[in-house]
Ligand binder design. Structure first.
Ligand SMILES: [Zn+2]
Length: 200
């Protein structure tokens, strides 16, 4: 997911996180060894493909997670990325919303495998953008409070986290990607889709 309403420039490029959520549970620091991969754009069919469950401890998944983090960090304004967006139909996602003004609860850099929504409430409409749909934004109803479970890549540790506001929105956007859905599948109609402002 990309943020909206703020200027995207090289100055906004996120920094690869020196601190990782639940670092004590990770045997590896995501982002330190990933490579930047080309972002897949709609209508590439992989974006419409539901991801397979993954074994978070497998080396190939650890590599995928690291590549997600590196690719997200290299894209200005990008606050979340799913495996489908780098061409892999798998249930792995990364988010990092720490620099977004609408963030309240924040787990910093968060990489999750097999993420599942456990509870969702406080639904509210908000504007979303997407690295895979670069020319459009849309108003999407999302839960403003969210409980999500999943596994950390590397250690494979099972985690459950509670969040809200923009981090909840970003997580739902990426969980949708992992299921083969885009934000365009969630808007209430054409009236809720907008041309993205292009800053030069
Ligand atoms: Zn997206």
């Amino acid at each position: 997911m990309t943020g909206t309403g703020r200027r995207a420039s090289a100055d906004d490029a996120p920094i690869v996180a020196p601190v990782v959520w639940l670092a004590d549970a990770l045997d590896w620091l995501p982002g330190t060894d990933g490579r930047v991969r080309p972002a897949v754009r709609s209508p590439d069919p992989v974006l419409a493909t539901a991801g397979a469950d993954v074994d978070p401890a497998e080396p190939v998944i650890r590599t995928l997670a690291a590549d997600l983090v590196a690719t997200m960090a290299a894209a200005p304004g990008c606050v979340g990325l799913a495996a489908q967006q780098i061409g892999v139909a798998a249930r792995v996602l990364a988010i990092d919303v720490r620099n977004h003004p609408k963030t309240r609860t924040c787990h910093r850099l968060l990489v999750l495998c097999n993420a599942e929504i456990v509870a969702a409430s406080h639904w509210q409409k908000g504007r979303e953008g997407c690295l895979s749909v670069p020319d459009l934004t849309g108003d999407v109803q999302r839960a403003g409070r969210l409980v999500v479970s999943g596994h950390l890549p590397g250690s494979g540790r099972a985690v459950t986290l509670t969040t809200d506001a923009f981090e909840a929105r970003a997580l739902q956007h990426e969980i949708d990607h992992c299921a083969g859905a885009l934000f365009l599948d969630r808007v209430s109609g054409p009236h809720a889709i907008f041309a993205r402002k292009v800053y030069r």
